[in-house]
Design a protein around this ligand. Structure first.
Ligand SMILES: O=C(CO)[C@H](O)[C@H](O)COP(=O)(O)O
Length: 229
């Protein structure tokens, strides 16, 4: 992972967000991700809505929903949608082949539903998130509480080292009332296989490997915008 300072990283996040928002058209149903990069995009969409852009949106988290509503963006019930025209979300790591690790903010389940529904799933990112192989960032795994120990043990069987996520000494609880296990699998040689192995575990609601769920990645690096698709 490249090292850059926070000011530059924020400038890149903003530039990627502004570039992605240009793809949004009047009438679109827009999927909104979660996180600091996506926040730049939501704020820009809010500005455009005030200028007359007509969109509706689905949110991947309570905090995204609150932000979008506060900016005048109409929010639809995600569970009632059969498709989303375009989504904009961030990532914790990505490869040039459009494989991602997501869920650093704990919103992976709803983000995965939004990506699955999206005709055009756009990921926005600064250059620090680009990797040759996924896995330096641990894989977030959302687990239904009563299946916690079972899922934890299955992750160990797959070679992962799990850690229950906590924030300031409190167990992290997702918007869906579940727990997150952050699982270290080392650098992942075969993300497709690991994703499919994780999908077999009963009680595991969602994992942060996003495979074949991305249409394009808009990456900002310095003053350049680079698109992977
Ligand atoms: O997957 C996510 C939240 O669940 C975020 O998109 C990911 O963590 C990146 O966040 P940020 O833009 O703050 O770096």
């Amino acid at each position: 992972m490249a090292t850059i300072d926070k000011t530059q990283q924020d400038a890149e996040k903003l530039a990627a967000a502004l570039a992605a928002v240009k793809f949004v058209k009047d009438g679109d149903v827009v999927g909104l991700g979660t996180g600091s990069t996506t926040t730049f995009a939501i704020k820009e969409l809010g500005k455009r809505v005030k200028e007359g852009l007509k969109i509706t949106a689905a949110a991947s988290s309570i905090r995204t929903e609150e932000l979008a509503k506060s900016l005048g963006i109409e929010i639809l019930d995600l569970g009632s949608l059969s498709s989303i025209d375009i989504s904009i979300d961030g990532a914790d790591e990505f490869t040039e082949t459009l494989d991602l690790i997501k869920g650093g903010g704990g919103a992976l389940f709803r983000e995965k539903i939004i990506a699955s529904l999206s005709k055009n799933a756009i990921i926005i990112t600064d250059a620090s998130k680009k990797v040759k192989k996924l896995g330096a960032f641990t894989v977030p795994i959302e687990v239904i509480p009563l299946a916690y120990q079972y899922v934890f043990d299955q992750i160990t069987t797959l070679g992962g080292k799990g850690q229950l996520r906590s924030v300031e000494n409190n167990t992290f609880i997702t918007d869906n009332g579940n727990l997150i296990i952050d699982a270290d699998f080392g650098l992942i040689d075969n993300p497709v296989k690991l994703s499919s192995d994780l999908n077999q575990i009963n009680g595991l609601l969602a994992h942060g490997l996003f495979i074949n769920l991305t249409s394009k990645i808009v990456m900002s690096e310095g003053t350049d915008i680079i698109i992977f698709e």
